[in-house]
Design a protein around this ligand. Sequence first.
Ligand code: BES
Ligand code: MN
Ligand code: ZN
Length: 497
Amino acid sequence: MQFDLWSKGLASLEAECLVVGIFDESELSEEARAVDSASGGRLGQLVSRGDFPGRSGETLLVTDLPGLKATRVLLAGLGAQKTYGRKAFRKALNAAVTALARTRIASVAFAVARPSFKEVDDYYFGRIVAEVVGSALYRVNDLKTAKKPKPHALESVIAGAVKGSGAAAAKRGLTHGAAIAAAAKVQKDLANLPPNVCTPSYLADQAKALAKAYSSVRVTVLDEAGIRKEKMGCFLAVTQGSSEPPRFIVIEYKGPKAPKAPIVLVGKGITFDTGGISLKDPPNMDEMKYDMSGSAAVIASLTLAAELRLPLNVVGLVASCENMPDGRAVKPGDIVTSASGQTVEILNTDAEGRLVLCDALHYARRFNPAAIVDIATLTGACVVALGAHHAGCMSNDDALARELVDAGQRADDRAWQLPLTEEYADQLKSNFADFANIGGREGGAITAAAFLSKFTQGLKWAHLDVAGTAYVGGTHKGSTGRPTPLLADFLIQRAGR
Ligand code: BES
Ligand code: MN
Ligand code: ZN
């Protein structure tokens, strides 16, 4: 996809389609007024007749308006002018691209009102347009045998007008936005695959492909013997009931002029979570194929760092296996020794994410990281606490938590900090081992983080629980690609944008 900005007058833009934003029950926007006067008042007539009320998310294709080079105009509803902001801007762009994707239109120019500069500066303007175009064009890689509908024809997008010195920032935004959409697609495509295809070995192959594609990326994959050598007893306990071999994947991206200490991203890569001997209920169990979303977000983020050549060192660690019930599976009451040497009583085999993560977090120490962020679909309790809107963010470093929450805010991929004070760790007491892997129903998202914190002492570490945000169930079942936009913003900011 080709992205650009326009500088000529609206009327002389040569795109096949001009997208014009229309507010609900208010005056025409500046952009719409320009189109109106070029078309001899036709647009204003159409709107005042009530043919297009401008409700948020609605579109109407109008052909052959006079006075314009563009042969079509797509009206996009912006909703009420009073409340117009980033969300309505995104919604209008998304609706417009969705409508365009059903046509054969190849080139489009946007003439959609921008929210206030405070809400969307030139950089984020470009970034939002390119990101929304990319995400609206996403199609799931399904395995249906019916003939696929024709793919969209869109090739070129002119995002809008940006005056003077802002143009460079907007163009950088366009590049970054396209990379964020592409990275989110990496996450979605991996997560949407069936669990018999997206296995730990498959994830490892995807990581290796990344090293092939970018000379800045190096990948090392540990098999079961390698994992045993690292004494990852907790990880091994989770995988032991599965006949699918586990993989521990190390992805190292070295950026130009980067500070030495890397940012380490750690992903939960359970390619299917049955719960193990503590078996889950059958309804919606298929959704546990999404239990590798954290690791998909790590692979996606490393892709983005390499694609944008961010001046950072980033290490991605993926601990990947299945959680299955079996004659050899780990049992409630089993005690295992983690790579850190601490012993863990596994009271519930369904609390497996923290077991694979704790050994990966310990592995991260050898990189002397500037910061560690783990990403995991870790607890149902986090879904109860925050729903599908915010990821849970817990950290032993408030500044790092703040940084991630702010990144999520800017990226429209929000996270909310939950308290991680000492008391929660008391709930993990075990009579027989250093601690247990569960802490009861109360504060379940936090006790899971408290478990992880036992392995990150002395490190700047944050944990993102994305159980509620990484995918949606029901009729629109699918991966959301979250929290890749948040992580992208975090990395881009660390790189000095
Ligand atoms: N993968 C699940 C968490 C999950 C639940 C993700 C719902 C997405 C939606 C995790 O491995 C799990 O099973 N957690 C248990 C922990 C409990 C046994 C302490 C849970 O949340 O029930
Ligand atoms: Mn589980
Ligand atoms: Zn799980």
